[in-house]
Design a protein around this ligand. Structure first.
Ligand SMILES: CC(C)(COP(=O)(O)OP(=O)(O)OC[C@H]1O[C@@H](n2cnc3c(N)ncnc32)[C@H](O)[C@@H]1OP(=O)(O)O)[C@@H](O)C(=O)NCCC(=O)NCCS
Length: 405
């Protein structure tokens, strides 16, 4: 079998059909329209077996917030191989081509959400953003300290909400590693499209204003239900909540937890350090689940590490062996003693030996070198190097990516 891998330039609709088929579904006109609006086919790859399209992948063009700034990132998405062609190396062939393409586009990192955790490590992606989900009984949702009402909450239709949500989102985004730029097209063709307003129940958009300034929003759905005794046992699905200050986050959750006729509140994608854990009197009642959100691949060690900020002035020599992105292989000296970090090739002895996936895991501050060391995943060539590295890579906030792409 000979498989050709190339961008499906004039075949956006067929690309969308292949993507849906890989996930066991059918692509509607609307799916194809949304997908091609946010993913130009020059940034897609398809695998062809003769005339048949049998595999697909793509890379959105994002900027991702990193400690100290933001950098371009390839957002890998719509990846799949038809069931008839699996386990024959087609995904590997597409992934390898895509790494080369993202490097050529000058994007220092690639990021993705994995359908299964075991797939992407082999291509050098490491788990960079863990996240929590919560499931809370409303009658156990009391605050530890009273949260007195302040500001005002307005319920808005999607049209009016869109502008103010994007303004709040952008203020939060620059502070939180892992958050992604959202273009106007992205809000329409991805974020709001995913809220799926065609399906019941409807999505509500709650905007919080503090001192007459937009300060937080929550997109949520009320799943109403009543038991045979006539009691409300519905649940509230918090789709996305973004807040710009400690007061804002307390107020928006005060609003969400106060919605009547709700028994349970669920939120799927919260950052590991979400304040709700410290706002409630009984954090155990949050019934938290922890799982992997975003995986990150360092495409270009030099560009990625030079652009990041560091928490301590130090110097570290990292030894990297990268079979799929050979331009990353070698020993790199990272010097964070000046105003801007310097990273350059060196012949000096290495402090740490680290694989590409582990390098991706620590980049945004969502994992520590210490934890990787204790798991036997990375190797200290000089004692104490992992501890020093953690001092340098420490971040103020845990990374977060509020939506699946
Ligand atoms: C996941 C998927 C894309 C893999 O495609 P594929 O062409 O069969 O993958 P390959 O043959 O290139 O496999 C490459 C390697 O990954 C492994 N692998 C493939 N799918 C895997 C999975 N779901 N879980 C764990 N390992 C997997 C293979 O065993 C192989 O391992 P090896 O290199 O050690 O031999 C395909 O099964 C699929 O489309 N699944 C449904 C949609 C999906 O989950 N897409 C991913 C979205 S993030």
């Amino acid at each position: 079998m000979s498989i050709e891998i190339r961008p499906p330039l004039a075949e956006g609709r067929r690309f969308s059909e292949t993507v849906s088929a890989c996930f066991g579904g059918v692509s509607t006109e609307e799916d194809a329209e949304h997908r091609t609006k946010v993913l130009p086919m020059e940034r897609a790859l398809a695998a062809f077996d003769g005339g048949e399209m049998v595999g697909a992948t793509g890379a959105f063009e994002f900027d991702v917030t990193i400690p100290g700034g933001q950098i371009p990132a390839g957002g890998v998405t719509m990846t799949g191989v038809l069931p008839s062609h699996r386990r024959q190396g087609i995904l590997s062939a597409m992934m390898e081509q895509q790494l080369v393409d993202i490097h050529a586009w000058g994007e220092p990192v690639a990021i993705l959400w994995a359908s299964e955790g075991a797939i992407y490590g082999r291509y050098g992606y490491g788990l960079a953003i863990p996240e929590i989900s919560i499931e809370l009984e409303r009658d156990r949702a009391g605050f530890k300290r009273p949260v007195e009402p302040s500001g005002r909450v307005r319920l808005m239709g999607r049209k009016d909400a869109a502008k103010v949500m994007s303004e709040i989102y952008d203020r939060a985004r620059v502070e939180i590693p892992g958050m992604l730029t959202r273009s106007t097209d992205w809000w329409e063709a991805h974020t709001f499209a995913e809220h799926d307003e065609s399906k019941e129940p409807p999505v509500f958009y709650a905007l919080l204003e503090l001192d007459d300034r937009a300060a937080a929003y929550a997109a949520y759905k009320v799943h109403s239900d009543w038991n045979l005794d006539g009691m409300a046992v519905g649940w509230l699905e918090v789709i996305e909540e973004v807040s710009t200050s400690p007061e804002a986050v307390a107020q928006i959750w005060r609003f969400l937890l106060g919605i009547d006729l709700i028994q349970t509140i669920k939120a799927m994608h919260l950052p590991l350090d979400h304040p709700i854990q410290h706002l409630l009197a009984e954090s155990r009642r949050l019934r938290m689940g922890v799982k992997d959100a975003v995986w990150l691949r360092i495409i270009d060690v030099e560009a990625a590490f030079a652009r990041r900020s560091y928490a301590s002035a130090d110097s570290l020599v990292l030894e990297v062996e990268d079979g799929l992105c050979p331009w990353n292989s070698g020993r790199w000296e990272l010097d964070t003693s000046g105003d801007n970090a310097l990273i350059q090739r060196t012949d000096a002895d290495a402090d740490l030996k680290i694989a590409p996936d582990d390098l991706g895991s620590v980049y945004l501050g969502g994992n520590t070198f210490g934890a990787l060391l204790r798991s036997g995943s990375i190797h200290e060539l000089k004692t104490g190097a992992a501890w020093r590295a953690d001092g340098m890579f420490r971040t103020e906030r845990m990374p977060w990516c509020p939506e699946i792409f």
